[in-house]
Write a protein that binds this ligand. Structure first.
Ligand SMILES: Cc1ncc(COP(=O)(O)O)c(C=O)c1O
Length: 385
């Protein structure tokens, strides 16, 4: 039997924690009540959803669980935050500031405001590490700006933004600040109260929870225009019968992190640093993308000159990794994030994203390094003198 590939694609999705599955099981079987029902089955489901909501609120540092709206994932949360906030504040013709390195869900939501609601959008650039400079955000604001959306941590290069410094610019002007925190929440990096953001999108499948469930933090008192209306669930912001088993799974995954029932980020960071050292030392000319320190603990984005990252991965059935974000797979265009930090198209095509989590072992990392180094040497033989 061939061994399963070493999984180094945790920024695309993470394996479901066994304890999360166990917590979900009763709600997939005997506890099938609709939390809106007033009978015993409904009350059991409603109680469990309340607990899960508190666990996710605790994970992200919300003041109360009432500030969390469950959605189908971060994509939907981004749409509800950006379109819902923009239309609530100014139904037509406002201005939004975002960045050139956002996830496509954020870019698409902004585009919808441009196409259908008369909004103008400014995309602020980043430096070579992928950092957005707060002064550049300040310079982009106009009297019509209603919302700034800056992702917390990059899904491609891992760079973590200085959101607190951006809040200091937006809050005094009464401009809302949204952050796509799909990648940072699983590493205990997100504290919405400390960062001062008004809206934050999160996703369970990035933190060893189930797919198809996420959430939007909406600061107390903030009004949004619902994007999906009907039964009035989720404080009227997201109609539809809640996905109870997935919500319970999200809550359990969050609880495992806040109670430190899984290895904390330094464990993952140490493995990532080991892999980084092994690869940078053995493959000449390889360069690191993203900020060397202010970066997600599991992220390793490397450019290996002279290679095509897709060829490299095709040579490596023993490793499951990616050339960029999962949602960009199959797109022949180089990643907009890599070109935004100044990589040429060729360099972007020579870039590999390896993303680790606490489920990786040192043995995995050493074996993955051996395989990658062999493949890189085979595909780019050293020049003969
Ligand atoms: C930064 C970021 N935002 C949004 C998403 C979309 O999340 P979901 O799959 O929960 O819709 C992802 C996942 O790929 C992501 O990495």
């Amino acid at each position: 039997m061939t061994a399963a590939p070493i999984y180094l694609d945790h920024q695309a999705t993470t394996p479901l924690d066994e304890r999360v599955l166990q917590a979900m099981m009763p709600f997939l079987t005997r506890e099938y009540g609709n939390p809106s029902s007033s009978h015993a089955y409904g009350r059991t489901a409603a109680r469990a959803v309340r607990t899960a909501r508190r666990h996710v609120a605790d994970l992200i540092g919300a003041d109360s669980e009432g500030e969390l709206v469950f959605t189908s994932g971060a994509t939907e949360a981004n749409h509800l935050a950006i379109i819902g906030a923009a239309l609530a504040v100014r139904p037509h013709g406002g201005h939004i500031v975002t960045t050139t390195i956002e996830h496509k869900a954020v870019l698409a939501a902004c585009q919808r405001l441009l196409d259908h609601h008369g909004y103008t959008i400014t995309h602020v650039g980043v430096d070579r590490y992928g950092h957005v400079h707060p002064a550049d955000i300040a310079a982009a604001l106009t009297h019509h700006t209603v919302l700034v959306s800056v992702m917390h941590a990059s899904n491609e290069i891992g760079t973590i933004q200085q959101l607190a410094a951006i809040t200091e610019i937006t809050a005094p002007r009464g401009i809302l600040l949204h952050t796509d925190a799909a990648q940072s929440a699983g590493h205990s990096l997100l504290n919405v109260s400390e960062l001062g953001v008004d809206l934050a999108s999160v996703s369970a499948h990035k933190l060893h929870g189930p797919k198809g469930i996420g959430g939007l933090y909406v600061r107390n008192g903030l009004h949004l225009t619902a994007q999906q209306t009907g039964g009035g669930q989720e404080h009227g912001l997201r109609a539809g019968t809640p996905n109870v088993p997935a919500i319970i799974g999200f809550g359990e995954a969050a609880h495992l992190i806040t109670t430190r029932s899984i290895p904390p980020p330094p464990h993952t960071r140490a493995l990532r640093d080991r892999l980084q050292h092994l690869l940078l030392t053995a493959i000449p000319g390889t360069t690191l993308n993203g900020h060397p320190h202010q970066r997600l603990p599991g992220n390793l984005s490397l450019t290996l000159p002279g290679t095509e990252a897709t060829d490299l991965l095709n040579h490596l059935p023993g490793i499951a990794a990616s050339t960029g974000s999962a949602c960009n797979t199959g797109n022949p265009e180089p990643s907009h994030v890599l070109t935004a930090i100044g990589l040429t198209r060729q360099q972007a095509r020579a870039t590999l994203r390896l993303s680790l989590s606490h489920t990786n072992t040192q043995q995995d990392i050493d074996q993955a390094a051996r395989l990658l180094i062999n493949a890189a040497h085979t595909l780019t033989p050293p020049p003969t003198t």
